[in-house]
Design a protein. Structure first.
Length: 275
């Protein structure tokens, strides 16, 4: 089994295009990780010049994810999590938080970046309650029908679907609101959706930063949207208090995060329940 994992990791790493920045690896760099390349660091540094609050924004978004998982696992008894566009493993991942509360918690990470697959499978090789699936998170049927997902996730029981800082990576033509609806439709009552999304109230900022990311990622991007767009993604789901907010203000735990130097764009979102 170890040999198979090593072969899969080697094959995945060989598939990485190191000439084009990856959103997952840029995020890793902002969080202080080591699984990124020079092209990712350069793009991240350029983005920080264009929007000086971006590193703090990334850290605060990660902390929002961690608080949301703690709340769902600890207060609502959720034991199943599907993390769409999960990105690279870092400290206090979803499975670590959930399994501290209940070791039987089950977690599926979904990402199509080869480096996420390689490192994720290496880290999770001995964790039978957690897996990484190499897939485009837009393909709901393929994901929920995947054998590794079916092995861990019972859709007849409540599950938390996580979309943390990923829906802005897909264009309007792929209809992110419809994507969320497809996932919600497959989940049992009592399930939850967690979303954060880059938004700006300034039309010029939305265009400028979207254009930057489109160029940096060679088109692998959607756009910075408005708060009203994100509100629409939740449909008729029941929002948990405090509703939709800048994510550093969602149920703060007393540990202050970094302050953004500017608020040209923010991570905006919340947590909602399917009744």
């Amino acid at each position: 089994m170890d040999e198979q994992n090593n072969d899969a990791q080697t094959a995945a790493l060989r598939a990485i295009d190191q000439s084009v920045p990856s959103v997952a690896r840029m995020y890793d760099y902002y969080l202080g990780g080591k699984d990124n390349y020079q092209v990712d660091r350069e793009a991240s540094d350029q983005l920080s010049i264009a929007a000086p609050g971006t590193r703090a924004l990334a850290v605060n978004n990660r902390r929002f994810l961690q608080r949301a998982v703690r709340v769902l696992a600890g207060e609502y008894g959720i034991r199943q999590f599907v993390d769409h566009g999960s990105g690279l493993p870092t400290q206090d991942n979803v499975h670590q938080i959930a399994q501290r509360i209940d070791p039987q918690s089950r977690v599926v990470y979904i990402d199509h970046d080869p480096i996420v697959l390689a490192h994720g499978r290496a880290i999770l090789a001995d964790n039978e309650q957690t897996t990484v699936v190499n897939a485009d998170f837009r393909d709901t049927d393929a994901i929920l029908g995947h054998s590794d997902v079916a092995k861990l996730i019972d859709l007849d029981q409540p599950v938390a679907a996580l979309f943390l800082s990923v829906l802005h990576c897909i264009p309007d033509s792929d209809d992110p609101a419809a994507l969320v609806r497809r996932v919600v439709d497959r989940m049992a009552p009592g399930s939850f959706v967690v979303i954060s999304h880059l938004v700006s109230a300034d039309p010029e900022v939305r265009v400028r930063l979207s254009d930057f990311m489109l160029g940096a990622t060679q088109g692998n991007w959607g756009r910075v949207r408005e708060a009203a767009d994100v509100q629409g993604y939740f449909g008729d789901l029941e929002l948990l208090s405090p509703g939709l907010v800048e994510v550093s203000t969602w149920r703060p735990d007393g540990t202050p995060g970094p302050t953004q130097e500017t608020a040209e764009w923010i991570e905006f979102g919340g947590v909602a329940r399917k009744l």
